[in-house]
Ligand binder design. Structure first.
Ligand code: SF4
Length: 103
C-alpha cells in the first residue's frame, strides 16, 4: 500500500495502515482510537463545546466502566476528560460516542 497520492504524503493512509497493523497485533484500544481519529479528521475535525464535554465527563464519572485512576474509559481505553485537544480527549471529538450508548 502506498501512503502517497500524486506525490504527496496522505496522513489518513498512514493512519489506516497503522490501524490495520494494531488490530492485527491485537492492540484493539489503539486501533479503535485511530478509527475515531480518522472519522473525526474526515468529518472536518468538529469539536464538542466545553459545556458539552463537561456533560460527557460527568456521565463517564458515574459509569462503573470508567477507570478513574487513568482518566479513561475502561472499555475502549480512550481518555475522556475536561481538558485536552480532541486527539487527546474522546469527549472533545464531536464524531466520537460512548461504545455503550451513554453519550
Ligand atoms: S465511554 Fe461510556 S462505557 Fe466508557 S466510561 Fe464513559 S460512559 Fe462508561
Amino acid at each position: 500500500m502506498s501512503f502517497y497520492h500524486r506525490g504527496r504524503l496522505v496522513p489518513k493512509l498512514v493512519i489506516r495502515q497503522i490501524e490495520a497493523a494494531a488490530r492485527a497485533a491485537g492492540f484493539e484500544p489503539a486501533a479503535d482510537w485511530m478509527e475515531h481519529a480518522l472519522q473525526w479528521w474526515e468529518a472536518g475535525r468538529p469539536v464538542r463545546s466545553w459545556e458539552e464535554v463537561a456533560r460527557v465527563v460527568a456521565i463517564c464519572r458515574a459509569c462503573p466502566d470508567r477507570d478513574e485512576g487513568r482518566g479513561c474509559c475502561g472499555l475502549c481505553g480512550c481518555r475522556v476528560a475536561e481538558d485536552g485537544g480532541a486527539l487527546r480527549n474522546k469527549a472533545r471529538m464531536a464524531t466520537a460516542h460512548c461504545d455503550r450508548g451513554h453519550w
